[in-house]
Design a protein around this ligand. Structure first.
Ligand code: GLN
Length: 245
């Protein structure tokens, strides 16, 4: 079977190297001999139901979020929610993450209604949270941590309907208050971690690919890859992050 990746708004929601996540998912499938295809889902494009296995949406400034918000809510959102409830995987980063919650209230202008994949809401804070992040996560692989870079003013608060992706040990995370970073609901992951996230956190990449395969074939397990280089990059980023705090 071919793993199909749906890339939401690639021309608008793609900052701080977020396209590296797509490259990692593609490469980690190819290294395993799994056929993989990337479908760009731009503004106005209808979402083909039942065909996409992993959705990806990168981050964006308030301006780009305002541009995509209505399309996400009215054109793609209902089908996206159904797909995730049917077992599709998703990785949504920062501005994309915020629009997968109930709403994002920017510092200026109207509140942006989200598609409610995550039981969460976001309000703009009065300072930007910028810097390296180290957080403890069940998806952190051998080290138990995930590492990345954050740059957001939004503060996200989780409800009972989703769980944190990780607990922060370095950096701000969701809201600088409760120690959480990101969110997980079924196969969907929201995160503030740019960098991009997946190259240095192969456990998260394989979680998404395994979810995608499991949607079509019960109990499938991924063959492990030699992640020595990825984990070396991960550990080096963790050491650097810990020095900055
Ligand atoms: N505009 C949002 C914020 O500032 C998201 C930014 C981003 O995607 N890096 O919180």
């Amino acid at each position: 079977m071919t793993v199909r990746i749906g890339w939401l708004y690639p021309d608008l929601m793609n900052i701080y190297g977020d396209r590296g996540n797509i490259m990692t998912l593609v490469q980690r499938c190819k290294w395993r001999g799994i056929p993989v295809q990337v479908d760009e889902l731009a503004l106005g494009a209808r979402l083909p139901e039942g065909l996409i296995d992993i959705f990806f949406m990168g981050g964006g400034q308030d301006r780009e979020q305002k541009i995509v918000c209505r399309d996400l809510l009215e054109v793609k959102g209902p089908a996206l929610k159904r797909e995730i409830d049917r077992g599709a995987a998703a990785l949504v980063v920062c501005g994309g993450y915020q629009l997968f919650g109930k709403y994002y209230r920017p510092f200026e202008g109207e509140e942006l209604t989200g598609i409610e994949v995550f039981d969460a809401y976001t309000v703009a804070g009065n300072k930007r949270c910028i810097g390296n992040v180290v957080a403890t996560s069940a998806l952190g692989g051998p080290s138990g941590t995930i590492v990345g870079f954050e740059n957001h003013s939004g503060k996200t608060y989780l409800g009972d309907g989703c769980t944190p992706l990780a607990m922060v040990s370095v950096g701000f995370g969701n809201n600088s208050e409760d120690g959480t970073e990101g969110a997980i609901y079924r196969g969907a992951i929201g995160t503030y971690l740019h960098g991009s996230l997946l190259p240095k956190n192969p456990g998260v990449a394989d979680f998404l690919i395994e979810k995608a395969l499991a949607r079509r074939e019960e109990g499938v397990r991924l063959d492990p890859l030699d992640d020595a280089l990825e984990l070396k990059a991960h550990d080096s980023a963790v050491v650097r992050a810990r020095k900055t705090h």
